[in-house]
Design a protein around this ligand. Structure first.
Ligand SMILES: [Zn+2]
Length: 155
């Protein structure tokens, strides 16, 4: 597997072991893969930052959106891909069983909005959602806040 060896040789040992840590933390998501190219997304900092690594399997080349030639993202990508190949299990995908639907609050002008996404391990991957779609959700911010507490039940 040319690209695996290539990344491994290019990475300093410390960078390589950070890649292993990312794989252990389930930070690697498989976006797509075919015979010649694999695209993986690696989230770091608890999902706040996501890097996309493209592996050119036939050329033994790779690139990462962080801009570094050899980085822990590329290391994590090749390690995760190798493990997936060896175990016969597919990489976790954004819609795969590893992720769970999750929501988080966002502060927006005029109140709070809810962002929907997929949580995998420590990562949160927001769905790309238009503001219009968000506004149509029943829990979208409205001027009138819901009254606090339940009305007093009698019994
Ligand atoms: Zn990178």
């Amino acid at each position: 597997m040319g690209v695996f060896e290539g990344v491994r040789k290019a990475c300093a040992p410390a960078v390589w072991s950070r890649g292993i840590e990312l794989v252990r933390a389930e930070a690697v998501i498989g976006e797509r893969a075919d015979a010649s190219e694999a695209v993986l997304r690696i989230s770091t900092k608890g999902g706040m930052i996501a890097r996309t690594v493209t592996l050119f399997l036939e050329d033994g080349a790779w690139e990462c959106t962080c801009g570094a030639t050899a980085c822990e993202h590329a290391a994590a990508a090749v390690i995760a891909l190798k493990r997936a190949n060896e175990s016969g299990l597919a990489l976790p995908s954004p819609s795969g069983p590893v992720g769970t639907i999750a929501y988080r609050f966002l502060r927006v002008p005029g109140g709070l909005a809810i962002e929907r996404g997929v949580r995998t391990g420590e990562g949160f991957h927001a769905f790309e959602t238009t503001l219009a779609a968000m506004a149509s959700w029943p829990w979208a911010p409205t001027g009138a806040g819901r009254s606090r507490g339940r009305s007093r039940g009698s019994s």
